[in-house]
Design a binder for this molecule. Sequence first.
Ligand code: UTP
Length: 289
Amino acid sequence: MASIKKVVFPVAGLGTRMLPATRSLPKEMLPVVDKPIIEYALEEAAAAGAEQFIFVTGRGKALIEDHFDRAVELFDNLERKGKKQELEALRGATPPAGEVVYTRQQEAKGLGHAVWCARHLIGDEPFGVMLVDDLIDAATPCMKQMAEAHAATGGNVVAVMEVPEEQTARYGVLDPGKREGDLVEVRGLVEKPDPAEAPSRLAVVGRYVLLAEVFEHLSAHQVGAGGEIQLTDAMQRMIGRQPFHGLRFEGRRFDCGDKLGYLEAIFALALKRSDIGPELRELIARELG
Ligand code: UTP
């Protein structure tokens, strides 16, 4: 099976779009229905064969570390009360000791800098990067699709999706080359272009498989768009040196870092559930009058 052993989760951002909720609560801990966003991402990485989950955290993110601990008091309480199902669910969502690793980004200098903070934990091998607030609901977990694409091409892979023309300025956008099935050769990447300057409508979303060479480029600490050290700039320098593709993944992506995207994820996932979906449908119908 194609797999990616190490996945980096940069979670040191400030989450300003979700204020005031994120004033003290990391946005990765916000629940989508009944599970924090971070758990969806961890499950997806595990499905891609990941064995080491590397969190790049920052100030005020300690709750994320606590979440993946064995909460002794809670576990014992559920055991005493015979709540087997709940207990098993919690145990299943607790990664084995030593598989979750934390490092700190001492200052939020940008996504590229956050990924660079994990360099010593990665070493020389290809690795995954997942932006947790991009929640992707898919029949085959998106990171697994990415690992398979990497196994087929041997190079860098970024997840891409088509966006409406007027939204290109929110994303990194692909200058596409040859297309083969779901894979699109990357000729260039443009960070947040105005629609008139966008080379396509293929936007990069938060899933990457990168070769370790990216760290050489990130080490330059070059400040890019928005005064931040951008991952896109480092990726840009790898184009033409190794295979580099966009994967038009199968699945639906929700931007949980944005209020409307977050609500959309909650409704879409809740409506699919057999335990609460039908009642929620009725509730919405009543609410809409
Ligand atoms: P965003 O662009 O969503 O920024 O970062 P943000 O700070 O998290 O949220 P807003 O825009 O203020 O609401 C994309 C990803 O990169 C991480 C974030 O945690 C998020 O997963 N990131 C960003 C870092 O880890 N460090 C940084 O310095 C910047």
